[in-house]
Design a protein around this ligand. Structure first.
Ligand code: NAD
Length: 288
């Protein structure tokens, strides 16, 4: 079997078109969706991510604000900016690009973003709501993965799903979202004894490890759906995922490529959360 690719670029373009339409409607009603992005330091990868987010916002007709601080900025300066943005009713989403320099406690920074504007979905309040199956801002990467599975009508209810990785931004929320949709979920991580034992039983495997070509075809059940969240540089310097694409595609039924898979969907869901936040702001304004 040779797997079919799930095309993240095509799906992202389709969803972004709809979001741009909604943004235009909100703008016409007096609430232009606005995302504020904070970048601290000169990490080149972070700078690229921020540039892509700002460009995606502008293309979809959002207002975007970008605040860059030097790596040695005092934490109070960033907390001051967050307080200002929290209080600004014209701002609907606030994002602090991670990682942060060592003088910052990342959890403390994420907690300083108002949960109503936490469009990354990283605030403990939103994560708690997600765990309880209540309305929240979903973390963008796992939400993007769910959209990809749904775009292909992958059966989730009753499926055996294995998530590799247990980070707060990908692995854990991914597991919670699959569980909420009725999958039987196993979360594997760096201490898992026999990873292949688990992955070989899985109808859906999500790899979020951060190691090039980590999940190989012999670890995958024939016909499984393989989602590759990883972003790595291979030995040849090229961008690659956590999945050994060449061997995995010979076994899987559906697979996401890197690049052009989960990545474009992550930014798309950030736009979706920002539109949702702007919609809530408009609804609140209309109800007074
Ligand atoms: P992380 O480093 O926080 O977590 C990695 C996880 O992998 C850990 O939970 C760890 O337990 C697990 N792990 C490590 N070694 C393992 C092993 N030998 N066996 C099983 N599990 C093991 O990383 P993260 O932030 O969750 O990101 C994971 C990957 O996804 C990275 O490559 C990152 O760049 C990428 N990522 C991509 C997107 C996107 O939009 N596509 C978004 C976020 C992260």
């Amino acid at each position: 079997m040779t797997a079919r690719n799930i095309d993240g670029n095509a799906l992202a373009a389709q969803v972004r078109e709809e979001l741009a339409r909604r943004a235009a409607e909100l703008t016409a009603a007096g609430v232009q969706p606005c995302l504020a992005v904070i970048l601290v330091g000169e990490d080149p990868a972070s700078a690229v991510y921020v540039r892509n987010k700002v460009a995606a916002c502008e293309k979809a007709g959002f207002r975007s604000l970008r605040f860059a601080f030097p790596a040695d900025v005092a934490p109070e300066v960033v907390f001051g900016k967050l307080a200002e943005l929290n209080a600004d009713a014209s701002v609907h989403g606030i994002l602090v690009q991670l990682p942060l320099p060592p003088q910052f406690d990342a959890d403390q920074v994420l907690e300083a973003i108002s949960p109503e504007k936490d469009v990354d979905g990283f605030h403990a309040e939103n994560f708690g709501l997600l765990l309880q199956g209540r309305k929240s801002f979903y973390p963008c990467t796992p939400w993007g993965v769910m959209k990809m599975l749904d775009s292909e009508n992958v059966p989730i209810k009753g499926a055996e799903a294995v998530v590799i990785g247990r980070s707060n931004i990908v692995g854990k929320p991914m597991a919670v979202m699959l569980l909420a949709r009725g999958a039987t979920v196993t979360v594997c991580h760096s201490q898992t004894k026999d990873l292949a034992f688990h992955t070989r039983r899985a109808d859906i495997v999500v790899a979020a490890v951060g190691r090039a070509n980590f999940l190989t075809g012999d670890m995958i059940k024939p016909g499984a759906v393989v989602i590759d969240v990883g972003i790595n540089r291979g030995a040849d310097g090229k961008l690659c995922g956590d999945v050994d694409f060449a061997s995995a595609r010979e076994v899987a039924s559906l697979i996401t490529p890197v690049p052009g898979g989960v990545g474009p969907m992550t930014i798309t869901m950030l736009l979706a959360n920002t539109v949702e936040s702007a919609q809530r702001a408009l609804d609140a304004r209309r109800s007074v």
